[in-house]
Design a protein around this ligand. Structure first.
Ligand SMILES: [Zn+2]
Ligand SMILES: [Zn+2]
Ligand SMILES: [Zn+2]
Length: 266
């Protein structure tokens, strides 16, 4: 199996865009009467968690949740080279059916990078795409095995990082000086080693109260401090976190709640 699909040796700036900064239900939550869900502030409107990475030649996303279609349209993505899967909870894969638009455009299956277990889950969840004689127009996937072996897609270097999401082993990703760790409540020591030297961290911080399978805000701040990053962003945020503006005012100067549309270069 090739570890690189379209290798390009030149190093270029990677633009990261937050496509979604919300937890599994998104914000606002359907039918929720709370004031955060009623907020008019755009920072309080969060699609399901995903990021876009772009260079002049390469475009990737991490995860394709239920808002994938809307996220591709909103960010004006015209070309997508691959999808990296952190894990197969529905808020991270439910949008995979919509890669059809890219299939039609390129005439090729969409490269999807997932660990062996997650590939099986994808084959199960989207079984209609993997049958012998599929119905015309089904999505097409080109599944590649994701391991902790570093690899490169186009001019973007990728290192998957093992994390724990309660008892579930999931992947975060290091891209050079930036790491994206969604859906995590424990980082094993060997993975902390892999993360050494990053400057920008985007990490799960569900809410202020503790949670079984996600870091809360205090724990996420602790990780950012342990890694001594220059800048930390918090993502996978629940409406229970509170208003963006109020929580942001309480954070250390180099730490920020992420918001949909946030972008920066790495
Ligand atoms: Zn999630
Ligand atoms: Zn609410
Ligand atoms: Zn999850």
């Amino acid at each position: 199996m090739p570890r690189m699909l379209f290798l390009c040796n030149k190093k270029s700036k990677v633009k990261v865009t937050v496509l979604g900064s919300g937890t599994s239900q998104g914000v606002p939550v359907i039918a929720c009467p709370c004031p955060v869900c009623a907020s008019a502030d755009e920072h309080d409107k969060r699609l399901r968690s995903s990021i876009l990475l772009q260079t002049a030649s390469t475009t990737l996303v991490v995860d394709a949740g239920p808002d994938f279609r809307q996220q591709m349209l909103r960010a004006g993505v015209k070309k997508l080279d691959a999808i990296l899967i952190s894990h197969t909870h529905k808020d991270h894969i439910a949008g995979l059916d919509d890669v059809r638009s890219f299939n039609y455009l390129t005439g090729k299956p969409m490269p999807v990078f997932a660990c062996k277990r997650d590939q099986e889950e994808i084959r199960h969840e989207f079984s209609y795409a993997f049958t012998k004689n599929p119905y015309p127009g089904v999505p097409e996937y080109d599944l590649h095995e994701l391991t902790t072996e570093p690899f490169q897609l186009g001019d973007i270097p990728i290192q998957a990082v093992e994390l724990l999401h309660m008892h579930l082993s999931v992947f975060g990703f290091r891209f050079g000086r930036f790491a994206y760790l969604t859906d995590v409540n424990h980082i094993p020591p060997k993975s902390m080693k892999v993360l050494e030297g990053i400057e920008i961290l985007m990490i799960d911080a569900l809410r202020k109260k503790p949670h079984l399978s996600h870091f809360n805000l205090e724990q996420a701040i602790e990780v950012a401090e342990q890694l001594a990053v220059k800048t930390a962003y918090f993502t996978h945020i629940s409406h229970l976190m509170g208003f963006h503006r109020e929580v942001q005012a309480e954070l250390p100067a180099n730490m920020f709640l992420a918001w949909d549309g946030l972008s920066f270069e790495i």
